[in-house]
Write a protein that binds this ligand. Sequence first.
Ligand code: AMP
Length: 477
Amino acid sequence: MSENLYDRLAGGFPADRAKPCFLTSDGAAISYGALEAGAAQVAGRLIALGVEPGDRVALQAEKSPEAVMVYLGTLKAGAVFLPLNAAYTAAEIDYFRADAEPKVFVSDPPAFVAEAQGAAPLEETVARAAADLAAIIYTSGTTGRSKGAMLSHGNLAANALALHEIWGFSAEDVLLHALPIFHVHGLFVALHCAFLSGAPMVWLPRFADAEVLAGLSRATVMMGVPTFYTRLLANPDFTRDTAAHMRLFICGSAPLLPSTFAEFEDRTGQRILERYGMSEAVIITSNPLDGDRLAGSVGYPLPGVELRIAGAETGVVEIRGPSVFSGYWRNPGKTAEEFTADGFFITGDVGRQDPDGRVWISGRAKDLIISGGYNVYPKEVELVLDELAGVVESAVIGVPHPDFGEGVVAVVIGQRGFAGDEAALIAQARAQLAAYKAPKRVMFVDELPRNTMGKVQKNLLRERYAALFGSSVVVAR
Ligand code: AMP
C-alpha cells in the first residue's frame, strides 16, 4: 500500500469538497475542491517537466494558497518538497541550489498554478513507501552552515496523526493561520492539523494585529510563536471577549515567557498550550489539552516518542520515535555525530524531566556559558533578571573575557521609562545568584534580535558584544 502523505492528508478533506479551506482576508474563500484540483494540476505539470519520484522541488515565495497547492502537488507527484525562507538572499539560495539540486524551482506559485491548469492533472497519487523522503527542511543555520533535515512520508504522517488526536481537532474547528509556511510550524504542524480535520483556515499572509483580532472572531484555534502572544497582549483591543469563543491557543518554536503565560491567563481566562519541536522531528512534546498546562514547561512526549536526558538531572534532551528524521541531506558525517549508537537524536536542547514524564527546556547546549571554569545556564539567570522591577525581558550570553574565558553578559529590555541602572541590576542579581552566574555587564536595548520564528538570535548578540571585555576574539561555535 502506498504511504504517500498526500493521500493521508486528502483522506481528511471534507466529503463535501465545496467546503472552504482558505478564508482569505479579502472575504473570499478557496474550497477544498479547489485545493485538491490545484494539487493535481501542479503534480501533472511537475511530471510533464520531467520530475521523477525523489526529485526535489524548491519553493521560495511569499505565503499564498497557491504555494500550498505547490506543496501538495509535489507530494502527490512523489517528489521531495524543499521550502526556502522568502528572506534568503541570492547567495544563500545558491548554496541551497547546489546542495539540494532541485529539478524545479518555483518562485511565483500563482503563476505556476495558472500555468499548470494547462497540463493534464495527475489523477493517481504516485506511490511512496513510509521511509521515502517527503521534504527537506534546512535548519536555520545560526550555528554554522545550514543542514537539510530529511523527513519521510512516514515521519510527517505519524506526527500529523498524533497532533490531530491529542489537540482534539475536528471538522468544527477553524484554524487561524498567520505563520510562515517555509518552516515546520506553519507548513506541517498547522496545515496538517487543518487538513486531517477538513477544517477551514483563516488565512493571513503574516501576523498583523488588526487582521488577527478580526480573525479570532471566526476561529477556534490559533497556533503562534511567543511574539504573537506578546503582540496581542500589547494591544488593548485584545480582550477576554475577543478570545471568548476560541477553544485553544497553541504556542511554540521558541520559549514562552512565564510572564506572558500568566498575563494571557489574566486577560483571557485561558491557558496557552505550549509545545516543543524542531525541524528534525516536528513536534516532540506538548502540554495536555485536558490536564495541567504549566508555565515554563513544554509538557509530555507525544505518544510513541521516547525522550531521555543525557547524563545528570539536567542535560541534553535525546529523542527517538516515528517522527524523528533519518539524517541530514548528503551529510553522513553530521548525521553520525548527532545520533547516539542506540539511535537517539541528540537535540542540542538542555532540559530536565519530572518523574511523571513532564519536560522542562532550559536552553540550547551551544548557549551554555563557561565562566571561570563554571557552567552557567543562561535560562537560570534570565529567569532571575526577568523578575526584577523594570525588566521586561533579558537574554544572557557569554562573550570572551581575558580572565574568565567567558564573561556573563545580560542584554535587557527595560520597561518604558525605566532608566536602567546597570550597577543596581547586577547587585540585585547577585543577591539571588552565585557570583559566577551573575552578569558582569548589563546592556540595555529596545529590542532583541529575533528570527522570523521569534527565536532570539544569541549568535548576533555574541558578535555584537564580542569585544566588551577588551578582547576581540570571537569564540567559535
Ligand atoms: P527549528 O528547527 O527552527 O524549529 O528550531 C528548533 C528549536 O527551537 C529547538 O531545538 C528549541 O531550541 C527551540 N524551541 C522550539 N519550541 C520550543 C519551546 N516551546 N520552548 C523552548 N524552545 C523551543
